[in-house]
Design a binder for this molecule. Structure first.
Ligand code: AR6
Length: 207
């Protein structure tokens, strides 16, 4: 990988589990893409305005997977903030492929960007919807002057998106924003998905 050192230190404290080392790729003279294994709820970059991305559902009131973990770690204020996001239809706050931003409350990260990926086998164009989710997260982060952002694998859990295909969409969408962030992190929960995504990054980003 690129191997240049970043200006700031990001931390994921995960109780001393034996993590993979973070691997990073230089996307532009100023922008880095980093892969690490761990728990996104513990992620932050010291002393900066930063955001974790929550793979939520259209109701935005919590759920299982990473969404559940993020809500538990952020505290009840996050649910209240989500509840106050205007509905676009009764009960629906964030349509698939869109993004909304809230504070991070008790999380180490200052912001949470909530997005909704496609349900792979139910959506007519899951690739377009997933790409739109990544782009809208990056767009809203930019609008809020966030220079450090961490994603997990949107739609790759409950929503059933194949890891390999999702990695291509994520990496190519992030590449479009190569000049807009100091660091984009991808924090993957399991060995399995970490290895698939890192292989895809090497394929797409290394000459
Ligand atoms: N840190 C990082 N990644 C995690 C964590 C964590 N703490 N927990 C899970 N993952 P999922 P989706 C990984 O199911 O597929 C929820 O109920 C997980 O292993 O969280 O977009 C929502 O409310 C997988 O790789 O999100 C929605 O209803 C990735 O995060 C629905 O699930 C995403 O898996 C959204 O499904």
């Amino acid at each position: 990988g690129g191997g240049l050192s970043a200006a700031r230190v990001s931390t994921i404290s995960n109780g001393g589990e034996d993590n993979h080392r973070a691997v990073q790729f230089q996307l532009s003279p100023t922008g880095v893409l980093k892969f690490q294994q761990g728990d996104i709820t513990q992620w932050s970059v010291d002393g900066s305005s930063d955001a974790i991305v929550n793979p939520a559902n259209e109701q935005m009131l919590g759920g299982g997977g990473a969404d559940g973990a993020i809500h538990r770690a952020a505290g009840r204020e996050l649910r209240a903030a989500c509840y106050n996001v205007p509905e676009v239809q009764p009960g629906l706050r964030c349509p698939t492929g869109e993004a909304r931003i809230t504070p991070g409350f008790r999380l180490p990260a200052t912001h949470v960007i909530h997005t909704v990926g496609p349900i792979y086998f139910a959506h007519q164009n899951p690739e377009a919807a997933l790409r739109s989710a990544y782009r809208n997260c990056l767009r809203i982060a930019k609008e809020n002057n966030i220079q450090y952002i961490a994603f997990t694998a949107i739609s790759c859990g409950v929503y059933g998106y194949p890891y390999d295909e999702a990695a291509t969409v994520a990496i190519t969408a992030i590449q479009e924003f190569a000049n807009d962030f100091k660091e984009v992190h991808i924090v993957l929960f399991s060995d399995d998905i970490y290895n698939v995504w890192l292989d895809k990054a090497k394929e797409l980003l290394q000459n």
